[in-house]
Design a protein around this ligand. Structure first.
Ligand code: GRF
Length: 208
């Protein structure tokens, strides 16, 4: 069944679950978390997906950490890495090894409200403070900076006048659960071309 995907996640893992349950032309074959208490590990157990906790700080040096990651990705024959709420920096060496094959989901309309320090609740607080009328979710390719890689797909959601960071987060999360599987299906169908920072998607006869 097509592409083999590893999901990296640090938190509750609702995107991990959506990716696993909505997979048709790819398969979620591995979960990597950097936190032994992350709720996502329970979801992996229930979905019977192999999971490993790898905390970069617990390795003697970065090479050993990367070696371990590489071995796990190789063993599971991983083609693509999906970062779904992963709060540990991806080592440049891994980005090099998986050039153009690491995706991240971010809960805003990048390039707005992204970058270091803008994650989770902080994103939604900043959007509300700026009195934006729209926010949304973005799936992008990962480069060496935070949230700056080429954008694959995005979807807008309205910001309501009485929104709190939590209500906005939850509306965006519902969109994320559809958007991330959709992005990986586009790749699995061979419809995505990346040239520099430009991403093009081959339409199908079913598209509008
Ligand atoms: C999502 O909002 C995602 O966009 C962000 O972190 C959150 C993860 O949520 N990068 P979950 O752990 O998938 O529920």
């Amino acid at each position: 069944m097509g592409l083999r995907v590893a999901v990296f996640a640090s938190g509750g893992g609702s995107n991990f679950q959506a990716l696993a349950e909505r997979a048709r032309e790819y398969r979620v074959a591995l979960l990597i978390s950097n936190r032994a208490q992350a709720g996502v590990l329970k979801r992996a157990e229930q979905l019977e997906i192999p999971a490993h906790v790898l905390s970069p700080g617990s390795f003697e040096n970065e090479e050993l950490y990367i070696e371990k990651l590489r071995a796990l990705l190789h063993k599971e024959k991983i083609d693509l890495i999906a970062l779904a709420g992963y709060l540990s920096k991806i080592p440049p060496k891994l980005i090099e090894l998986f050039q153009g094959r690491i995706l991240n989901i971010h809960p805003s309309l990048l390039p707005r409200f992204g970058g270091k320090g803008l994650y989770g609740r902080y994103v939604h607080e900043a959007v509300i403070k700026a009195k934006e009328t729209f926010s949304g979710a973005t799936v992008h390719f990962v480069d060496e900076e935070y949230d700056t890689g080429p954008i694959l797909i995005q979807e807008r959601v309205p910001v309501l006048t009485d929104d709190t960071p939590d209500s906005l987060a939850s509306r965006i999360l519902d969109i994320e659960h559809q958007l991330f599987p959709k992005a990986i299906h586009l790749i699995a169908q061979g419809r995505v071309q990346v040239e520099g920072r430009h991403v093009s998607i081959t339409p199908t006869i079913h598209d509008d």
